[in-house]
Design a protein around this ligand. Structure first.
Ligand code: ZN
Length: 512
C-alpha cells in the first residue's frame, strides 16, 4: 500500500509505551538477562511493525519501547487486541499501554479558561494551523491517563512456600536452566530472557561487523568477561540522549514529517554510537568485546563499557551525534564494580543525566554536556547528589568544591586531555597524595602540590604548572581571585577546583 492510499483512508493515531521497561530490562544484573530482555523487546517491536503494515497502517516511530502509528480506523480495535498478545507471547510479563484516537482525528477541546469571550471566539474562529502536533499531544495525555488508571499488571502466581527463581528471586522457579556453573531453578520469564540473550549473540556479531569488519573477539557472555583486563573489574554504565528532541517533535506538522524525523534521528544516533565505539576502542585487543550496547532508542542510548573507555567513547559520541543529527546531546557515566546492582547503575545515570541537561542549557548557546560519577566503593543509592555532596567541605565559612562537573563538551575534551597528561607526568602514588591534599583545604593543597612540583624533574615542572593553570579553565568561570588550580566562585562564598575530576580520570585512564 502506498503512502497516498494510507492518507486517503480514514485513519487514527495509535500510541503505545512499554510499561516499567527498566524493571523488565534491568531486573537481573546478569548480562544474558539484560541482553535477552532488549532482544525480546526488539522482537516485539518488529512484530508490531509487521502487523501495522499488514493492516495498511504507517509506522511513525517504533523504537526503545515507544510506538506511534497511523492506522486505518477500521483496524484499530483488532490491533489494540493483538499488540498485548505479542508482548505476552514473547516476554510473558512485559506490557505496553496503548492509547488511540476515538473518534478519528479528534482534537482536544479548547482550554476552558479562554473558551468564552473574545479570546475564546478568536481561538474557535482561527483554524488550528498545526492540528497534527495537537493530536499527538492529546494522545500522549490520554496515554498518561491510561497508565495511571492501569491496575492489573500480569504477574505469575507465587505460592508462599514454593522455590523461588535463582535469577530474579521474585517468581517461582518452574524449570532448570543449564549454565556452566550447573543447573539453576528459574522462572519462565528469566528462562525466556536467558535463551533470547544467548541467541542474540550472533545478531550482535553480524551488526557489529557491518560497522567494524576487522574487529576481533566475541560478545561477552557475562559481565566478568566484559570487564576482563580492566583493573578492579570497573564497569561504566552510559546513558545519553538528544537535547530538545521532544520540543522539536511538537513542531512537526504532519505524519510524514514525523516519520522522516524519527528515522533521521535514529540513523544518526546509531551511526554516532558505532563510530564512537570504533574511535574509543581503536587498537583494542582481547577475547571478549569490552562493551555491550543495550539499547538504541529513538535518540537515546544505553551502553555498558569498561571504565577506561567510557570518557573517550562519551566524547566521540557527543561530537558525532551533533554531526549526524544537528542536535546536541547529554551523557551520563556511572562507574562502579561490575558486581554493583545494575538497577543502581541505571538509576544513578538517569539522575546524573538531568544535571547534564541543565549544564547543556546553561550557556548562551545550547551545547552537549557530560556528567559522571565513580563509586570506588559499591554503596547502594539512587540519588547522584548524595554521592556528589562528598566532594565538598567547609573552610572558615566558605564552601570548597573539589569537582567542577558536569561539563560542557569543549571543557570535557580539555578534561580528557589534561587527565591524560596528568596520568603520564605524575605517578599513581603521588596522585593519591594530591587527592588527599585537596580535601585539606585551599592553601594546604596548593602548598603541598607546589612542593611536589618543585621536587619533580626539571623538564616536568613548567609543564605541570601549566597543566594546573589550565585546570582552572575547567571551572567554567573566571573568579574574583584564584590560586593555582582553585577559583573563587563569583557571588558566592565558595572556592572550586576541577582537580578531583582530573585525578579520578587520570586513575581510570591509567589502564588505557
Ligand atoms: Zn526469574
Amino acid at each position: 500500500m502506498d503512502e497516498k492510499a494510507v492518507s486517503s483512508m480514514e485513519t487514527v493515531l495509535l500510541m503505545g509505551d512499554v510499561d516499567a521497561i527498566k524493571d523488565y530490562v534491568f531486573e537481573s544484573s546478569r548480562l544474558p538477562q539484560i541482553r535477552g530482555a532488549s532482544a525480546l523487546l526488539m522482537r516485539c517491536e518488529a512484530e508490531i511493525r509487521q502487523r501495522i503494515r499488514e493492516a495498511n497502517g504507517r509506522i511513525l516511530v517504533a523504537r526503545g519501547g515507544f510506538l506511534l502509528a497511523e492506522v486505518p480506523a477500521a483496524q484499530i480495535h483488532r490491533l489494540a487486541e493483538e499488540i498485548p498478545r505479542i508482548f505476552a507471547s514473547h516476554t510473558i510479563t512485559a506490557t505496553m499501554t496503548l492509547a488511540w484516537e476515538d473518534p478519528p482525528g479528534a482534537l482536544p477541546p479548547p482550554p476552558s479558561p479562554i473558551a468564552d469571550g473574545w479570546a475564546g471566539r478568536l481561538i474557535r474562529a482561527a483554524p488550528p494551523s498545526d492540528p497534527f502536533p495537537r493530536r499527538v499531544a492529546f494522545l500522549a495525555a490520554r496515554l498518561r491517563a491510561a497508565k495511571e488508571s492501569r491496575s492489573t499488571v500480569p504477574t505469575l502466581e507465587t505460592l508462599p512456600f514454593a522455590r523461588k527463581c535463582a535469577i530474579c528471586a521474585r517468581r517461582n522457579a518452574s524449570e532448570p536452566l543449564y549454565l556452566p556453573e550447573g543447573p539453576l531453578p528459574v522462572c519462565p520469564v528469566c528462562s525466556t530472557r536467558h535463551r533470547a540473550g544467548w541467541k542474540a549473540r550472533s545478531g550482535l556479531r553480524r551488526m557489529w561487523h557491518l560497522w567494524h569488519p576487522d574487529f576481533l573477539g566475541e560478545p561477552p557472555q557475562d559481565l566478568e568477561q566484559l570487564v576482563e583486563g580492566e583493573p578492579h573489574g570497573r564497569l561504566a554504565f552510559i546513558y545519553a540522549d538528544g537535547n530538545d528532541i521532544g520540543r522539536h517533535l511538537m513542531t512537526l506538522s504532519d505524519p510524514q514529517a514525523y516519520q522522516a524525523f524519527s528515522r533521521k534521528i535514529y540513523r544518526g544516533t546509531r551511526r554516532a554510537v558505532f563510530e564512537a565505539l570504533g574511535i574509543a576502542l581503536k587498537g583494542w585487543q582481547g577475547n571478549f568485546w569490552p562493551f555491550e550496547l543495550i539499547n538504541i532508542g529513538g535518540d537515546d542510548i544505553t551502553l555498558l563499557i569498561q571504565a577506561r573507555y567510557a570518557l573517550p567513547f562519551a566524547l566521540a559520541f557527543l561530537e558525532r551525534f551533533h554531526l549526524h543529527t544537528s542536535f546536541t546531546a547529554s551523557c551520563a557515566i556511572v562507574i562502579a564494580d561490575h558486581k554493583y546492582p545494575i538497577r543502581y547503575f541505571e538509576a544513578l545515570a538517569a539522575d546524573l543525566l538531568k544535571g547534564a541537561k541543565e549544564r547543556a542549557k546553561s550557556g548562551p548557546e545550547p551545547d552537549s554536556a557530560l556528567h559522571f560519577l565513580w563509586l570506588p566503593e559499591p554503596v547502594a543509592g539512587e540519588e547522584a547528589d548524595l554521592f556528589l555532596q562528598r566532594y565538598q567541605s567547609e573552610e572558615g565559612g566558605r564552601r570548597l568544591r573539589w569537582t567542577a562537573r558536569p561539563y560542557r563538551l569543549a571543557q570535557a575534551w580539555q578534561l580528557y586531555e589534561l587527565a591524560l597528561a596528568l596520568k603520564d607526568r605524575v605517578s599513581r602514588s603521588q596522585r593519591q597524595q594530591w587527592a588527599e591534599a585537596l580535601t585539606q583545604g585551599v592553601l594546604p593543597s596548593v602548598q603541598f602540590i607546589q612542593y611536589q612540583i618543585a621536587r619533580a624533574p626539571q623538564g616536568d615542572r613548567s609543564a605541570l604548572r601549566k597543566l594546573l593553570e589550565r585546570a582552572r579553565d575547567l571551572c567554567g568561570f573566571t573568579g574574583a581571585s584564584h590560586l593555582l588550580f582553585w577559583v573563587e566562585e563569583p557571588g558566592r562564598a565558595a572556592w572550586v577546583t576541577a582537580m578531583m575530576d582530573l585525578l579520578e580520570w587520570a586513575e581510570l585512564l591509567e589502564a588505557a
